[in-house]
Ligand binder design. Structure first.
Ligand SMILES: C[S@@+](CC[C@H](N)C(=O)[O-])C[C@H]1O[C@@H](n2cnc3c(N)ncnc32)[C@H](O)[C@@H]1O
Length: 329
Protein backbone atom coordinates (compact mmCIF):
# COMPACT_ATOMS: atom_id res chain seq x y z
CA UNK A 1 0.00 0.00 0.00
CA UNK A 2 2.86 2.32 0.91
CA UNK A 3 4.55 1.83 -2.43
CA UNK A 4 1.23 2.31 -4.16
CA UNK A 5 0.80 5.75 -2.59
CA UNK A 6 4.40 6.67 -3.28
CA UNK A 7 3.96 5.78 -6.95
CA UNK A 8 0.76 7.79 -6.92
CA UNK A 9 2.75 10.69 -5.59
CA UNK A 10 5.47 10.36 -8.18
CA UNK A 11 3.42 9.44 -11.20
CA UNK A 12 0.29 11.39 -10.74
CA UNK A 13 -0.14 14.07 -8.10
CA UNK A 14 2.93 16.06 -9.00
CA UNK A 15 1.70 16.52 -12.53
CA UNK A 16 -1.61 18.11 -11.55
CA UNK A 17 -2.60 21.37 -9.86
CA UNK A 18 -6.08 21.20 -8.40
CA UNK A 19 -8.32 24.20 -7.87
CA UNK A 20 -9.68 22.90 -4.57
CA UNK A 21 -9.54 19.96 -2.17
CA UNK A 22 -12.82 18.38 -3.42
CA UNK A 23 -11.60 18.12 -6.98
CA UNK A 24 -8.27 16.73 -5.78
CA UNK A 25 -9.98 14.14 -3.56
CA UNK A 26 -12.38 13.07 -6.29
CA UNK A 27 -9.56 12.72 -8.77
CA UNK A 28 -7.41 10.67 -6.42
CA UNK A 29 -10.37 8.39 -5.54
CA UNK A 30 -10.86 7.95 -9.25
CA UNK A 31 -7.19 7.01 -9.62
CA UNK A 32 -7.38 4.50 -6.76
CA UNK A 33 -10.54 2.98 -8.21
CA UNK A 34 -8.69 2.65 -11.48
CA UNK A 35 -6.29 0.21 -9.83
CA UNK A 36 -8.58 -1.57 -7.42
CA UNK A 37 -11.83 -1.96 -9.30
CA UNK A 38 -10.86 -5.01 -11.33
CA UNK A 39 -14.09 -5.05 -13.30
CA UNK A 40 -13.78 -1.54 -14.60
CA UNK A 41 -12.55 -0.97 -18.07
CA UNK A 42 -10.01 1.84 -18.00
CA UNK A 43 -9.75 4.47 -20.66
CA UNK A 44 -6.84 5.92 -18.67
CA UNK A 45 -4.66 3.00 -19.70
CA UNK A 46 -5.63 3.36 -23.34
CA UNK A 47 -8.37 0.99 -22.32
CA UNK A 48 -7.31 -2.17 -20.55
CA UNK A 49 -8.30 -3.84 -17.34
CA UNK A 50 -6.12 -2.96 -14.35
CA UNK A 51 -5.01 -6.56 -14.04
CA UNK A 52 -3.68 -6.55 -17.59
CA UNK A 53 -1.98 -3.21 -17.10
CA UNK A 54 -0.27 -4.33 -13.91
CA UNK A 55 0.81 -7.63 -15.44
CA UNK A 56 2.72 -5.89 -18.18
CA UNK A 57 4.12 -3.26 -15.86
CA UNK A 58 5.27 -5.72 -13.22
CA UNK A 59 6.71 -8.34 -15.51
CA UNK A 60 8.23 -5.70 -17.75
CA UNK A 61 6.78 -7.61 -20.67
CA UNK A 62 6.75 -6.07 -24.05
CA UNK A 63 3.28 -5.53 -25.44
CA UNK A 64 2.19 -4.82 -28.95
CA UNK A 65 0.95 -1.35 -29.65
CA UNK A 66 -2.31 -0.77 -27.84
CA UNK A 67 -3.55 0.57 -31.10
CA UNK A 68 -4.07 -2.88 -32.56
CA UNK A 69 -6.43 -3.68 -29.72
CA UNK A 70 -8.50 -0.56 -30.04
CA UNK A 71 -11.76 -2.08 -31.27
CA UNK A 72 -11.63 -4.47 -28.33
CA UNK A 73 -10.81 -1.64 -26.02
CA UNK A 74 -13.67 0.52 -27.15
CA UNK A 75 -15.80 -1.34 -24.67
CA UNK A 76 -19.44 -2.21 -24.63
CA UNK A 77 -20.63 1.24 -23.70
CA UNK A 78 -19.30 2.71 -26.97
CA UNK A 79 -21.12 0.19 -29.15
CA UNK A 80 -24.52 0.63 -30.65
CA UNK A 81 -27.24 -1.71 -29.42
CA UNK A 82 -27.31 -3.34 -32.84
CA UNK A 83 -23.54 -3.97 -32.84
CA UNK A 84 -23.74 -5.46 -29.36
CA UNK A 85 -26.69 -7.67 -30.20
CA UNK A 86 -24.97 -8.93 -33.36
CA UNK A 87 -21.86 -9.88 -31.39
CA UNK A 88 -23.87 -11.62 -28.66
CA UNK A 89 -25.92 -13.51 -31.24
CA UNK A 90 -22.80 -14.69 -33.03
CA UNK A 91 -21.22 -15.75 -29.73
CA UNK A 92 -24.27 -17.92 -29.07
CA UNK A 93 -24.31 -19.31 -32.61
CA UNK A 94 -20.62 -20.22 -32.36
CA UNK A 95 -20.99 -22.04 -29.03
CA UNK A 96 -19.99 -24.34 -27.42
CA UNK A 97 -16.74 -22.62 -26.47
CA UNK A 98 -13.82 -24.53 -24.95
CA UNK A 99 -11.74 -21.43 -24.25
CA UNK A 100 -13.25 -18.81 -22.00
CA UNK A 101 -12.00 -15.72 -23.89
CA UNK A 102 -12.68 -12.30 -22.53
CA UNK A 103 -14.03 -11.18 -25.87
CA UNK A 104 -15.11 -7.72 -24.74
CA UNK A 105 -14.49 -6.03 -21.43
CA UNK A 106 -16.41 -8.07 -18.86
CA UNK A 107 -17.89 -10.41 -21.50
CA UNK A 108 -16.60 -13.98 -21.62
CA UNK A 109 -17.29 -16.55 -24.30
CA UNK A 110 -18.02 -19.29 -21.75
CA UNK A 111 -21.20 -17.56 -20.67
CA UNK A 112 -22.64 -18.26 -24.14
CA UNK A 113 -22.38 -22.04 -23.71
CA UNK A 114 -25.73 -23.76 -23.27
CA UNK A 115 -26.40 -26.57 -20.79
CA UNK A 116 -27.34 -28.89 -23.65
CA UNK A 117 -27.09 -29.19 -27.42
CA UNK A 118 -29.33 -31.08 -29.83
CA UNK A 119 -26.22 -32.41 -31.58
CA UNK A 120 -24.48 -34.84 -29.21
CA UNK A 121 -21.09 -33.98 -30.75
CA UNK A 122 -21.31 -30.53 -29.18
CA UNK A 123 -21.97 -31.82 -25.66
CA UNK A 124 -19.48 -32.17 -22.83
CA UNK A 125 -17.07 -29.40 -23.87
CA UNK A 126 -15.03 -28.40 -20.82
CA UNK A 127 -14.43 -24.68 -20.34
CA UNK A 128 -10.83 -23.50 -19.83
CA UNK A 129 -9.41 -20.11 -18.89
CA UNK A 130 -6.33 -19.65 -21.15
CA UNK A 131 -4.69 -17.40 -18.54
CA UNK A 132 -3.11 -20.50 -16.97
CA UNK A 133 -0.52 -20.43 -19.78
CA UNK A 134 0.81 -17.01 -18.79
CA UNK A 135 3.69 -18.50 -16.80
CA UNK A 136 4.69 -20.74 -19.70
CA UNK A 137 4.89 -17.77 -22.05
CA UNK A 138 7.03 -15.89 -19.57
CA UNK A 139 9.45 -18.77 -19.11
CA UNK A 140 9.52 -20.66 -22.42
CA UNK A 141 12.67 -18.80 -23.53
CA UNK A 142 15.16 -16.59 -21.67
CA UNK A 143 13.18 -13.44 -22.55
CA UNK A 144 9.80 -15.15 -22.68
CA UNK A 145 7.69 -15.42 -25.81
CA UNK A 146 8.36 -11.78 -26.79
CA UNK A 147 9.89 -11.62 -30.27
CA UNK A 148 9.51 -15.40 -30.80
CA UNK A 149 7.40 -17.41 -33.21
CA UNK A 150 4.84 -19.90 -31.93
CA UNK A 151 3.11 -22.93 -33.40
CA UNK A 152 0.02 -24.01 -31.45
CA UNK A 153 -1.06 -27.49 -32.50
CA UNK A 154 -4.79 -28.18 -31.98
CA UNK A 155 -5.23 -24.50 -31.27
CA UNK A 156 -9.00 -24.77 -30.84
CA UNK A 157 -10.33 -21.17 -30.76
CA UNK A 158 -6.80 -19.79 -30.62
CA UNK A 159 -6.66 -18.56 -27.03
CA UNK A 160 -2.98 -19.43 -26.56
CA UNK A 161 -2.16 -17.76 -29.89
CA UNK A 162 -3.85 -14.56 -28.73
CA UNK A 163 -2.11 -14.66 -25.37
CA UNK A 164 1.28 -15.15 -27.05
CA UNK A 165 0.50 -12.28 -29.42
CA UNK A 166 -0.35 -9.97 -26.53
CA UNK A 167 2.92 -10.95 -24.87
CA UNK A 168 4.78 -9.83 -27.97
CA UNK A 169 5.22 -12.97 -30.10
CA UNK A 170 6.36 -11.95 -33.59
CA UNK A 171 4.33 -14.63 -35.41
CA UNK A 172 1.78 -17.17 -34.23
CA UNK A 173 0.21 -20.00 -36.19
CA UNK A 174 -2.67 -22.05 -34.82
CA UNK A 175 -3.65 -25.29 -36.56
CA UNK A 176 -6.86 -27.19 -35.81
CA UNK A 177 -8.70 -29.79 -37.81
CA UNK A 178 -12.21 -28.51 -37.04
CA UNK A 179 -13.97 -25.65 -38.77
CA UNK A 180 -16.06 -25.08 -35.63
CA UNK A 181 -12.98 -23.97 -33.67
CA UNK A 182 -11.33 -22.08 -36.51
CA UNK A 183 -14.56 -20.07 -36.99
CA UNK A 184 -14.41 -19.14 -33.31
CA UNK A 185 -10.73 -18.21 -33.56
CA UNK A 186 -11.38 -15.97 -36.58
CA UNK A 187 -14.31 -14.32 -34.84
CA UNK A 188 -12.28 -13.54 -31.72
CA UNK A 189 -9.49 -12.19 -33.87
CA UNK A 190 -11.90 -9.97 -35.81
CA UNK A 191 -13.24 -8.48 -32.58
CA UNK A 192 -10.04 -8.17 -30.55
CA UNK A 193 -7.17 -7.91 -33.01
CA UNK A 194 -8.60 -6.84 -36.38
CA UNK A 195 -5.42 -5.13 -37.53
CA UNK A 196 -2.93 -7.77 -36.51
CA UNK A 197 -1.12 -9.42 -39.39
CA UNK A 198 0.98 -11.85 -37.38
CA UNK A 199 -1.73 -14.23 -36.13
CA UNK A 200 -2.70 -16.99 -38.55
CA UNK A 201 -5.11 -19.92 -38.26
CA UNK A 202 -5.31 -22.94 -40.54
CA UNK A 203 -7.96 -25.62 -40.55
CA UNK A 204 -5.84 -28.70 -41.15
CA UNK A 205 -5.12 -32.12 -39.78
CA UNK A 206 -1.77 -31.74 -38.04
CA UNK A 207 -0.28 -34.74 -39.85
CA UNK A 208 -1.33 -33.23 -43.19
CA UNK A 209 0.08 -29.83 -42.18
CA UNK A 210 3.44 -31.41 -41.28
CA UNK A 211 3.59 -33.20 -44.63
CA UNK A 212 3.39 -29.86 -46.40
CA UNK A 213 5.21 -27.37 -44.20
CA UNK A 214 8.90 -26.83 -43.55
CA UNK A 215 8.38 -23.70 -41.43
CA UNK A 216 10.32 -23.72 -38.17
CA UNK A 217 9.04 -22.10 -34.99
CA UNK A 218 10.87 -21.03 -31.85
CA UNK A 219 8.21 -22.43 -29.54
CA UNK A 220 5.68 -25.24 -30.08
CA UNK A 221 2.64 -26.06 -27.97
CA UNK A 222 1.45 -29.66 -28.33
CA UNK A 223 -1.31 -29.63 -25.75
CA UNK A 224 -4.44 -31.73 -25.53
CA UNK A 225 -3.72 -33.51 -28.80
CA UNK A 226 -1.19 -36.37 -28.35
CA UNK A 227 -4.01 -38.67 -27.14
CA UNK A 228 -6.22 -37.86 -30.15
CA UNK A 229 -3.81 -38.96 -32.86
CA UNK A 230 -3.31 -42.33 -34.60
CA UNK A 231 0.46 -41.68 -34.94
CA UNK A 232 1.38 -39.31 -32.09
CA UNK A 233 5.03 -40.35 -32.04
CA UNK A 234 5.50 -39.56 -35.73
CA UNK A 235 3.79 -36.19 -35.33
CA UNK A 236 5.74 -35.33 -32.19
CA UNK A 237 9.06 -36.27 -33.83
CA UNK A 238 8.37 -34.01 -36.82
CA UNK A 239 7.26 -31.15 -34.54
CA UNK A 240 10.51 -31.51 -32.60
CA UNK A 241 12.48 -31.20 -35.85
CA UNK A 242 10.66 -27.95 -36.63
CA UNK A 243 11.02 -26.46 -33.13
CA UNK A 244 14.06 -24.27 -32.56
CA UNK A 245 13.88 -23.70 -28.80
CA UNK A 246 11.11 -25.13 -26.62
CA UNK A 247 8.26 -27.62 -26.96
CA UNK A 248 5.44 -28.18 -24.48
CA UNK A 249 3.75 -31.59 -24.47
CA UNK A 250 0.64 -31.69 -22.30
CA UNK A 251 -1.44 -34.84 -22.53
CA UNK A 252 -3.84 -37.25 -20.88
CA UNK A 253 -2.12 -40.41 -19.71
CA UNK A 254 -3.12 -43.92 -18.75
CA UNK A 255 -2.47 -45.27 -15.28
CA UNK A 256 -3.30 -48.74 -16.54
CA UNK A 257 0.06 -49.21 -18.31
CA UNK A 258 3.71 -48.75 -17.23
CA UNK A 259 4.94 -45.18 -17.41
CA UNK A 260 7.10 -45.70 -20.50
CA UNK A 261 4.39 -47.51 -22.54
CA UNK A 262 1.58 -46.42 -24.83
CA UNK A 263 -1.88 -47.95 -24.92
CA UNK A 264 -4.31 -47.79 -27.83
CA UNK A 265 -7.77 -46.30 -27.36
CA UNK A 266 -10.77 -45.84 -29.60
CA UNK A 267 -12.56 -42.52 -29.64
CA UNK A 268 -15.27 -40.63 -31.48
CA UNK A 269 -14.32 -39.20 -34.87
CA UNK A 270 -16.94 -36.47 -34.66
CA UNK A 271 -17.17 -35.17 -31.08
CA UNK A 272 -15.80 -31.63 -31.32
CA UNK A 273 -13.03 -32.12 -28.75
CA UNK A 274 -11.84 -35.48 -30.08
CA UNK A 275 -9.56 -36.59 -32.89
CA UNK A 276 -10.83 -37.39 -36.36
CA UNK A 277 -9.41 -40.88 -36.92
CA UNK A 278 -11.01 -43.05 -34.24
CA UNK A 279 -7.66 -44.52 -33.16
CA UNK A 280 -5.48 -42.78 -30.57
CA UNK A 281 -2.81 -43.55 -27.97
CA UNK A 282 -2.37 -42.73 -24.29
CA UNK A 283 1.14 -42.61 -22.82
CA UNK A 284 1.69 -44.19 -19.40
CA UNK A 285 3.52 -41.09 -18.20
CA UNK A 286 6.38 -38.68 -18.88
CA UNK A 287 8.83 -41.57 -19.37
CA UNK A 288 7.06 -42.35 -22.64
CA UNK A 289 7.76 -38.86 -23.98
CA UNK A 290 11.04 -37.75 -22.43
CA UNK A 291 13.29 -40.05 -24.53
CA UNK A 292 11.74 -38.69 -27.73
CA UNK A 293 12.45 -35.10 -26.69
CA UNK A 294 16.01 -35.98 -25.68
CA UNK A 295 16.60 -37.92 -28.90
CA UNK A 296 15.48 -34.84 -30.84
CA UNK A 297 18.01 -32.62 -29.05
CA UNK A 298 15.86 -31.15 -26.27
CA UNK A 299 18.56 -31.72 -23.72
CA UNK A 300 16.68 -30.02 -20.90
CA UNK A 301 13.36 -31.56 -19.93
CA UNK A 302 11.12 -30.75 -17.02
CA UNK A 303 7.87 -32.39 -15.92
CA UNK A 304 5.62 -29.53 -14.90
CA UNK A 305 3.04 -31.82 -13.28
CA UNK A 306 1.78 -35.39 -13.40
CA UNK A 307 -1.66 -36.08 -11.92
CA UNK A 308 -2.34 -39.79 -11.72
CA UNK A 309 -5.68 -41.59 -11.52
CA UNK A 310 -7.64 -38.40 -11.64
CA UNK A 311 -10.66 -40.19 -13.07
CA UNK A 312 -12.35 -43.58 -12.65
CA UNK A 313 -11.22 -44.68 -16.11
CA UNK A 314 -7.62 -44.54 -14.86
CA UNK A 315 -6.73 -41.48 -16.89
CA UNK A 316 -4.13 -39.11 -15.58
CA UNK A 317 -2.57 -36.00 -17.09
CA UNK A 318 0.95 -34.65 -17.33
CA UNK A 319 2.87 -31.81 -18.85
CA UNK A 320 6.49 -31.95 -19.92
CA UNK A 321 8.61 -29.17 -21.39
CA UNK A 322 11.64 -29.85 -23.56
CA UNK A 323 14.15 -27.14 -24.29
CA UNK A 324 17.38 -26.97 -26.31
CA UNK A 325 18.94 -24.60 -23.76
CA UNK A 326 18.44 -24.29 -20.00
CA UNK A 327 15.24 -22.58 -18.85
CA UNK A 328 13.41 -22.88 -15.55
CA UNK A 329 9.68 -23.44 -15.70
C1 LIG B 1 -8.86 -31.62 -26.17
S1 LIG B 1 -8.89 -30.31 -27.35
C2 LIG B 1 -7.43 -29.43 -26.88
C3 LIG B 1 -7.52 -27.97 -27.19
C4 LIG B 1 -6.35 -27.12 -26.70
N1 LIG B 1 -5.12 -27.45 -27.39
C5 LIG B 1 -6.16 -27.20 -25.21
O1 LIG B 1 -5.04 -27.53 -24.79
O2 LIG B 1 -7.09 -26.91 -24.44
C6 LIG B 1 -8.42 -31.16 -28.81
C7 LIG B 1 -8.35 -30.25 -30.03
O3 LIG B 1 -7.62 -30.95 -31.03
C8 LIG B 1 -8.22 -30.75 -32.27
N2 LIG B 1 -7.80 -31.87 -33.12
C9 LIG B 1 -8.15 -33.16 -33.01
N3 LIG B 1 -7.52 -33.92 -33.92
C10 LIG B 1 -6.73 -33.07 -34.63
C11 LIG B 1 -5.84 -33.27 -35.72
N4 LIG B 1 -5.63 -34.47 -36.26
N5 LIG B 1 -5.19 -32.19 -36.20
C12 LIG B 1 -5.39 -30.96 -35.68
N6 LIG B 1 -6.23 -30.73 -34.65
C13 LIG B 1 -6.89 -31.77 -34.12
C14 LIG B 1 -9.70 -30.72 -31.93
O4 LIG B 1 -10.48 -30.16 -32.97
C15 LIG B 1 -9.70 -29.92 -30.65
O5 LIG B 1 -9.73 -28.53 -30.90
Amino acid sequence: MESFFSSLNEEYIKKVIYRNREIATADIYEFIDMFFNQTRWQSHFTGVFPTTFRLFERKRLSIKSWEVHLPFLRGLSDMSTKEREDIFKRLGDLSPWHFDHEILPGVRTGSFNRPDYADADFRGVALLDPGHMTKFFQKCAPGGICGKSLLDVACNSGAYCFLAHVFGAKRVLGVDVRQHWIDQAEFVRAIKFPRSTDIEFRRMDIAGYLNLSEERFDITIFKGIFYHLPDPIGVLGRLCDLTKETILVDTDSSDAVPESCLTAIKESKTQVMSGVDGLAWLPGGPAAIRPILEFKGFEFTEVKYWHRQTSPNKRGRFSIVGSRSPITM
